[in-house]
Design a protein. Structure first.
Length: 73
């Protein structure tokens, strides 16, 4: 199964850094509301069999993930 997610936001300046558990660009105020735990991309990578991230500056982000489903029961 393939899943593609995209947005037209500012992009991710440093994908390698963004893949680090706990890394977040959320402000203190946003964190106080429960956002910005910095586990989104690391959890996506952990649970997908394959992941590709494209994020040109100023052109949004595209995340493509592949999941190998066990169809044997």
């Amino acid at each position: 199964m393939n899943l593609e997610i995209s947005d037209d936001g500012p992009g991710i300046a440093d994908i390698e850094l963004a893949m680090q558990p706990g890394y977040s660009t959320a402000s203190d105020e946003q964190r106080e509301m429960g956002f910005g735990a910095g586990m989104g991309l690391p959890n996506m990578k952990k649970n997908a069999d394959d992941i590709a991230i494209e994020s040109p500056p100023g052109q949004g982000t595209r995340v493509r993930m592949r999941f190998f489903l066990n169809t044997g029961g």
